[in-house]
Design a protein around this ligand. Structure first.
Ligand code: ZN
Ligand code: FE
Length: 263
């Protein structure tokens, strides 16, 4: 029983498959592709103990089946989505749903609570515990996921749920999008000094081909326009884009989400 640490495996062009591991065990979050995971496990001589999915998209679940051919492990995921390989269908953690709202990885004595965060997909979940957040395609470094199955209202509520987590929470999301997201954030909030600093740090990391993750809730609150829909400059520029004065958070969010889709 040791404290686990987190390692990224790159997949496709910009996906991250997160590995929760110690010296002999590993759990993987969102294995869209099995082969880089199997390579990693072999190279590091690790035994797979669990698969965790945040949502049903193929680039997050596509490796489940091939991993299950090599290892017999529980597959955790959202009860509200259709992922054929799931063995444990999870609900949001509440006092009533202590069992189905929780993933306990005994090898690491790590307990992760399930948060419902719909918006990108209808049943999207996050895993949170021990200062770690695995949030799939909902909250990204300086950005957020597209609204494929949910509404702006749902996404605003989901992002708020995440941003209410302790500010030092480490965010492990599904894609390396940070630099592009910062370019957009600079257009939305050119006066935000924290964005200039973040951009410099991120350019340096990407120049060395290093991940820009994990980031933290504190950094996201300071720089992520999708968490800053109450800021006057964000409201002003969202209204400019929409061509009409926007007053509430949800319409500001919807406008910048739409703007980002065409940026
Ligand atoms: Zn997705
Ligand atoms: Fe994705």
């Amino acid at each position: 029983m040791t404290t686990p640490y987190i390692v990224p495996i790159r997949a496709f062009t910009d996906n991250y498959i997160w590995v929760i591991r110690d010296h002999c065990h590993a759990a993987v979050v969102d294995p869209g592709d099995a082969s880089p995971v199997l390579d990693y496990l072999r190279r590091e001589k690790l035994k797979l103990i669990a698969i965790l999915n945040t949502h049903h998209h193929k680039d997050h679940t596509g490796g489940n089946a091939a991993l299950l051919q090599e290892f017999t492990v529980p597959v955790y995921g959202p009860e509200k989505e259709s992922i054929p390989t799931l063995t444990h269908r999870l609900k949001e953690y509440t006092e009533k749903e202590k069992e189905e709202g929780n993933v306990y990885l005994s090898e690491f004595s790590l307990s992760l609570k399930v948060l419902d965060i719909p918006g990108h997909t209808a049943g999207h979940i996050a895993y949170y515990g021990a200062n770690l957040l695995f949030c799939g395609d909902t909250l990204f470094g300086c950005g957020c996921g597209r609204l494929f199955e949910g509404t702006a209202r749902q996404m605003v509520d989901s992002l708020e749920k995440l941003s209410d987590l302790p500010k030092e929470t480490l965010i492990y999301c599904g894609h390396e999008y940070t630099l592009n997201n910062i370019r957009f954030a600079r257009a939305v909030e050119p006066g935000n000094q924290a964005l200039i600093e973040r951009k410099a740090a991120v350019v340096k990391l990407r120049g060395q081909n290093l991940p820009t993750l994990p980031c933290t809730i504190a950094l996201e609150k300071a720089t992520n326009p999708f968490l800053r829909c109450n800021e006057p400059e964000v409201i002003r520029n969202a209204s400019n884009y929409a061509g009409t004065p926007l007053t509430d958070r949800v319409s500001v969010f919807a406008a910048i989400r739409e703007w980002k889709n065409h940026f």
